[in-house]
Design a protein around this ligand. Structure first.
Ligand code: C5P
Length: 412
């Protein structure tokens, strides 16, 4: 049997693969974990083996795929207790409704569920299921119970389902997001004495859209998903920063190791940002609404004979400019510029107008697929010039950006 000698000393991850269509992503997940030097062992449930073959899993992990509780060879070589104990982190991806239910109730009737109850390691679950199953009161109960038991979750994300025409909350998070969440758990952030390129630094990140009320039930909003800003907050936390994320309304999970402040409107966001100062680094990735309705109606505006209401808009405070020009300005201030044309030219203008040190410019025209999507092509605009980065995942943009900013800040 292939031992772990080649990865001796490596952090060990036990991956439990549940039986769902998202299981195909677990193969990429193994690859990403191995790339980062983790030793990975995988357990396949019986249902998982219907979706991915044990052979593919074995080829990628470099170990056999563990499948049976009563397999004499497995029990002789490793054993379910050792499988569970020899892990620094147990990762369940995809975590199906069935696996969550078993775990929440302490069932142990196959290798996966037995390993899950036999482990003392941190457990991270990446749920994947149909949105109706995710929303079901039984699943809600199981997730709440697991959270109370200390299980961490990454996702699920919102998006199209395998079932034709269905969409909603239930898609498994992308492998890189799962890796990021795993790394955050393996290297708890904000802990005293933590080393990392942002250790000892206070970081402030804004993310998501703002919602500006028209009346108690209607809002002016935009299509920002918060993915890029949240990825930056997560990367900054992994780099050891003490991160406060101020987020408008989003449908994505909170990043691990970050203090999250939720707001609705631009004015609330400005207040929350000011309350979070001082900071060493401010990254303003939120898509703040430029305008709000002058006098939001106290009651729902009714359709009537007078025709549609005329909405008077007034300008919102510019949070980035206010902070960049304020007395408590962070040492490094980064803005974003989402444009649909002349991307770099507009970013140069913003750099000067808003008083930022760097503008991360991206093309958000519908054809780019950036809004709500997983990837981003950005241009880094500073006084020194423009750097064009290749198309990267939002997680990769975040990693690179955080390393760049940490280098610019230098040691504490
Ligand atoms: O002017 P524009 O909205 O394109 O500027 C984008 C940058 O300014 C982003 O970094 C955004 O977070 C920030 N901004 C802000 N407050 C506003 C408008 C934009 O912080 N009211």
């Amino acid at each position: 049997m292939a031992g772990l000698s080649d990865t001796a000393g490596a952090t060990r991850i036990l991956l439990v693969i549940g039986g769902g269509i998202a299981a195909y992503k677990s193969l990429d997940l193994i690859r990403r974990l191995k790339e980062r030097g983790y030793a990975v062992r995988a357990i396949l449930t019986a249902a998982a083996a219907e979706f991915v073959t044990p052979l593919s899993v074995a080829a990628l992990t470099g170990e056999r795929a563990f499948q049976n509780l009563f397999d004499l060879t497995d029990e002789h070589d490793v054993g379910h207790i050792r499988l569970a104990r020899d892990a620094d982190l147990v990762l369940i991806a995809p975590a199906t409704a069935d696996l969550l239910a078993k775990m929440a109730n302490g069932l142990a009737n196959d290798l996966a569920s037995t390993a899950l109850i036999a482990t003392t390691a941190r457990v991270l679950a990446a749920p994947a299921m149909n949105p109706t199953m995710w929303a079901h009161p039984a699943t809600r109960r199981n997730v709440a119970r697991l959270e109370a038991d200390g299980v961490s979750f990454v996702g699920p994300a919102e998006g199209l389902m395998a079932e034709r025409g269905e969409s909603g909350l239930g898609r498994m998070s992308e492998p890189l997001e799962i890796v990021a969440a795993a790394e955050a758990l393996l290297r708890p952030t904000g802990a005293p004495g933590l080393s990392g390129s942002l250790a000892g630094r206070r970081v402030l990140v804004t993310s998501g859209p703002t919602h500006e009320p028209i009346d108690p039930v209607r809002v002016l909003a935009n299509r920002s998903s918060g993915r890029q800003g949240h990825a930056i907050a997560a990367a900054a936390a992994r780099a050891g920063g003490e991160v406060t994320l101020i987020s408008g309304p989003v449908a994505i999970p909170d990043p691990a190791g970050v203090t999250v402040v939720r707001v609705e409107t631009a004015r609330e966001m400005l207040n929350a940002v000011e309350a979070a100062l001082p900071a060493d680094l401010g990254v303003f990735a939120a898509a703040v609404a430029d305008w709000r309705v002058a006098d939001g109606a106290a009651q729902k505006i009714k359709k009537g004979a007078g025709g549609p209401p005329a909405l008077t808009l007034v300008e919102n405070p510019d949070i980035l400019a206010t902070v960049a020009r304020g007395l408590r300005r962070p040492a490094l201030v980064v803005g974003f510029a989402a444009e649909t044309e002349n991307v770099v030219e507009h970013a140069r203008g913003k750099l000067a107008r808003k008083g930022a040190d760097m503008i991360v410019a991206n093309d958000v025209s519908p054809a780019s697929g950036v809004m709500g999507g997983d990837s981003n092509t950005v241009h880094i605009v500073t006084q020194d010039g423009v750097e064009d980065w290749p198309a990267l995942s939002k997680a990769e943009v975040a990693e690179r950006l955080v390393s760049r900013l940490a280098a610019l800040l230098g040691p504490v």
